[in-house]
Design a protein around this ligand. Structure first.
Ligand SMILES: C[S@@+](CC[C@H](N)C(=O)[O-])C[C@H]1O[C@@H](n2cnc3c(N)ncnc32)[C@H](O)[C@@H]1O
Length: 295
């Protein structure tokens, strides 16, 4: 990531969600509340407004599916589907007594913002790189009154460990039943830091802590439909992917870190759960959302 610039991929996620929500075949997948929240966030910064303008331009609207096909076929729909799955799992966890939700590398995700209003007694924390966190807080503080149970922590996790970030924060409560989310982030860390993160979460909040993360198949895997060009693009943006795991390697990795695998979802599961039976568009392949629990 560039030190002083918000993550361009965090912007890309919201841009992609709004683009796909405009598709009449898929519009039912995204609630109005989510569309409003995404639009408010993008409206607050010049980079975001540029993305909103692109969505209004007929030429750029046509260009986006082409770019997607060139780099990561199906990715914009995948943002919506994986977020739907994650939200479902978070709501289930809340039903089952989770009281603290921590989103690591939250980007411009709207879940904590929306749920903090619906669940005033729960504690929500978002952690992100200072440059991205600055744009996010600017966006939210400009457009809304923030519930007192929603907190933002700016930290570069390549410089400081998650343990220190949370232990130094007065908003974090280690005694609460906690669920962590790390969506679209771990691939930017190397294996040592990913392992460190798993250990940190286990040590911070202990047994029964839930962790929801996304993970990618390696570039050379046949289960992956990412194009080679994407890796050049990410290099150019200074947002290179460093960590991958094959779906067949994940159970061992999870066990080694003393977690129990609860669920794993991919595009096939999303298709069955959320898409109309006759949907024939391309789905993104090779990303898993994994739900694990400290054993
Ligand atoms: C692809 S975006 C995903 C955003 C969000 N989780 C989502 O899926 O909508 C990657 C996020 O990771 C964050 N990130 C990347 N490197 C980071 C670091 N070293 N420390 C903290 N956050 C980082 C970026 O700022 C960005 O918000």
């Amino acid at each position: 990531m560039k030190e002083d610039k918000a993550s361009s991929t965090a912007y890309t996620v919201l841009h992609g969600i709004l683009h796909t929500a405009n598709n009449p075949k898929l519009t039912n997948l995204v609630d109005k509340e989510i569309i409003n929240a995404c639009t408010k966030i993008l409206s607050a910064t010049s980079q975001g407004r540029k993305r909103l303008d692109e969505l209004k331009s007929p030429i750029k609207r046509k260009l986006l599916p082409f770019l997607e096909w060139l780099l990561m076929p199906g990715i914009t729909l995948n943002y919506i589907l994986r977020k739907k799955f994650i939200e479902e799992k978070v709501l289930e966890a809340i039903e089952n007594g989770t009281t603290q939700i921590i989103n690591i590398g939250a980007g411009f995700d709207t879940l904590a913002w929306r749920l903090s209003k619906k669940y005033p007694t729960l504690n929500f924390i978002e952690i992100d790189h200072p440059a991205t966190s600055k744009d996010k807080t600017k966006a939210i503080f400009n457009t809304d009154s923030i519930s007192s149970n929603l907190h933002f922590i700016a930290a570069d996790l390549s410089e400081i460990s998650l343990d220190s970030v949370l232990q130094d924060s007065k908003e974090f409560d280690a005694t609460q039943k906690t669920l962590y989310i790390c969506e679209g982030v771990l691939m930017y860390l190397d294996e040592i830091h990913v392992s460190g993160l798993f250990d940190s979460l286990r040590n911070l909040t202990g047994k029964d802590t839930i962790f929801i993360f996304s993970c990618l198949e390696p570039p050379q895997s046949s289960k992956n439909n990412i194009r080679v060009l994407l890796y050049f693009y990410l290099k150019l943006k200074n947002e290179r992917y460093l960590w991958y795991k094959k779906d067949t390697q994940l159970p061992d990795f999870i066990k080694k870190h003393n977690y129990k695998l609860l669920e794993m979802a991919d595009s096939q599961i999303y298709r069955e759960k959320y898409l109309p039976i006759d949907y024939d568009g391309t789905l993104h392949q090779g990303e898993y959302v994994v739900v694990v629990k400290v054993d």
